[in-house]
Design a protein around this ligand. Structure first.
Ligand SMILES: Nc1ncnc2c1ncn2[C@@H]1O[C@H](COP(=O)(O)OP(=O)(O)OP(=O)(O)O)[C@@H](O)[C@H]1O
Length: 596
């Protein structure tokens, strides 16, 4: 199924599952078979499950857990694949080492890495069971996210038996958001579908909504497959539909019809909704201006929910990167520390609290302090029992438990006071307190940092971690609000498949800091580079294609009001360029004067 935004692809997928349940459910159950539905995020899994109902007949999961389910029993195949991967890494490092221009310092590092990898290779034979975690550690039998995406398609391609098993167990496999599914995975499913005529594979997607570089885009149908299209958009009001159709025209020309309707007294009416585009100066006033825009929208649409910061009220502010959210919510230094000139593992992990320096705070320390403050002794004790070195059975042996607990209570009180009351307390103070009091076991990587005079040991992101440790505790609390998703901010990438009554898209190239997207180039108020021009001339994918798709996804989330706020270096020039593009009617293009 290939159709535009809000056309009901996910709705059709859900109806298809319900239909199969009704018509084929009994025979599938008897044969011990399942209907598989694969989607992009855990949130989407939850939504589809809520719609179709939980039943052993359905296997609804993310792509990763589906692939892992298929491959998990094949221990020796996994081990062989992992060994090959390590050998590839060793070969790549040897090649780097042998290059004539490789420097002595780099050679020393490569030697160390090669010897670590060789040790890892030796350890694979001793792994009894592989598990799937968030980061890979082969010697411990832990495979990472990316490993699963490569491992399973490779094994499916190599083993006819595995393909037969998949087809037998899952006679129906549906993939939502297929445009962003990895091409190897799409290929593997097409391979199985091509070989087993009893298997029905369904891809539901929209190539114009591909927003990850790793996505398959359009899925070419196998021989004999049917392509289903849907011309309507049921989500967006007509004013928004006009905009998203205009955005899409230069892409693939698809124009949707209908738009959202409501039925009043048995009569169906079109919802008109609103669209507004604000072109504002990219200065230090961005946050205040954003508030002013929301005030303006509330007054203009007679809808005070535009001012709400409660997520349930269905306002979403879509930012390309999170710096603006960080500034608004109060953790700009923490954001800068782990983002600016940081290794990807830190900057990516900052988005969801999984970066290693954040993990103990996010997963243990902050929840511990919250629980202690709320008098939730159960959570406090269960956290300490599993994490506190002082409560390990070997250490407790021969000690009076009561006095150990009393000392722990004191350390915990100290931690709560530090995090709640002490003005100017820093992340470093908190971690030092935790370490000195043996409250929790800390990652070894903190060792070089938590000393009186830290010396750069060349570890990845050393400076970033140092800057992070100097951040104030207040920023940690602000950050907690953010990753717990208690604010209305989301990223342009984070809203695929979702819909909201009120959507405000923030465009701010100065914040973006990466080259994949540029709204300035897209709206033509920033010139294309020579490289961009060359790609376009060669018919290759360019920054314009990527930005167009991202903008299309963002704008097409709106069910009632869409506002776009562009912070630009030169307002008159941007205004002229944007009007020229004719994506928005000129009458809805606003400027700072409208904000009063
Ligand atoms: N046939 C229909 N009649 C009326 N409303 C529909 C119909 N199909 C879907 N909808 C509604 O339209 C909205 C969008 O549907 P859905 O999320 O399934 O679209 P989608 O194509 O998967 O969207 P996207 O690709 O933009 O994420 C939902 O509110 C859904 O309830």
């Amino acid at each position: 199924m290939v159709a535009g935004a809000g056309s009901g692809k996910t709705t059709s997928l859900i109806k298809a599952i319900a239909h199969l349940d009704e018509t084929r459910g009994p025979s599938l159950r008897r044969a011990g078979q399942q209907i598989a539905c694969i989607t992009y995020t855990e949130v989407a899994v939850g939504e589809i499950s809520a719609d179709v109902g939980v039943s052993p007949l359905f296997h609804i999961s993310t792509i990763h857990s589906f692939l892992w389910l298929l491959i998990r029993p094949f221990h020796s195949d996994i081990a062989a694949w992992v060994a090959t991967r390590i050998e590839e890494k060793i070969t790549a490092r040897r090649a780097h080492y042998d290059k004539p221009r490789t420097q002595t310092k780099t050679k020393a590092r490569l030697e160390q890495e090669i010897s670590d990898l060789e040790a890892e290779l030796g350890a694979i034979g001793r792994v009894e069971k592989f598990v799937y975690g968030t980061g890979s550690s082969y010697a411990d039998g832990i495979l990472g996210h990316d490993d699963i995406l490569k491992l399973t398609p490779a094994c499916i391609a190599a083993h006819p038996l595995l393909r037969r098993l998949v087809a037998k167990r899952f006679p129906y496999i549906f993939v939502d958001e297929s445009q962003d599914t990895n091409p190897e995975v799409v290929g593997a499913l097409q391979h199985i579908g091509g070989e087993h005529s009893g298997l029905c594979v369904g891809f539901f997607g929209d190539p114009m909504q591909r927003i990850y570089m790793s996505g398959a885009g359009a899925v070419p149908p196998n021989d004999g497959w049917a392509e289903i299209t849907k011309p309507e958009n049921f989500r967006c009001p007509t004013s928004v539909l006009g905009v998203i159709n205009a955005i899409r025209v230069p892409g693939d020309g698809l124009e949707q019809v209908r738009g959202r309707t409501i039925t009043v007294d048995g009569i169906e009416h079109s919802v008109v909704g609103t669209t507004n585009l604000f072109i504002l100066p990219a200065d230090a006033e961005r946050s205040a201006r954003l508030t002013a825009v929301r005030r303006w929208l509330a007054a203009e649409t007679g809808d005070d929910l535009w001012l709400s910061d409660v997520r349930e009220e269905d306002v979403r502010l879509l930012v390309l990167v999170h710096r603006m959210a960080a500034t608004r919510l109060g953790f700009p230094s923490l954001y800068a520390a782990l983002n600016d000139r940081a290794p990807v593992s830190l900057s990516e992990g900052l988005k969801d609290g999984t970066a290693w320096p954040l993990r103990p705070l996010v997963q243990q320390i902050l929840p511990l302090v919250v629980a202690a403050r709320a008098g939730d002794r159960f959570t406090v004790m269960s956290t300490l029992r599993s994490e506190c070195p002082k409560l390990e059975p070997e250490r407790l042996h021969g000690q009076a438990v009561a006095s150990v607990l009393a000392a722990l209570q004191q350390s915990l009180n100290g931690l709560v006071a530090l995090m709640e009351e002490e003005p100017g307390a820093t992340v470093r103070n908190v971690l030092t307190h935790v370490r000195d009091n043996d409250l929790l076991r800390l990652d070894d990587r903190f060792n070089v940092h938590l000393v009186a005079e830290p010396v750069d040991d060349g570890s990845s992101g050393f400076e970033n971690v140092q800057a992070y440790l100097e951040c104030s505790v207040d920023e940690l609390w602000a950050y907690r609000r953010y990753y717990n998703e208690e604010s209305p901010f989301a990223t342009h990438h984070g809203v695929k498949g979702a819909q909201f009554e009120r959507v405000l898209v923030v465009i701010d190239d100065e914040e973006a800091g990466f080259r994949q997207y540029s709204y300035g180039k897209y709206f033509e108020y920033i010139p294309l580079s020579e490289n961009d021009e060359a790609r376009i001339a060669a018919g290759e994918e360019s920054v314009l294609d990527r930005t167009r798709r991202l903008f299309y996804v963002c704008c097409s989330r709106a069910m009632k009001d869409l506002a776009v706020v562009a912070f630009v270096p030169d307002v008159p020039a941007a205004r002229a360029a944007i009007i020229e593009r004719s994506l928005f009617p000129e009458a809805v293009i606003r400027s700072v004067e409208h904000l009063g």
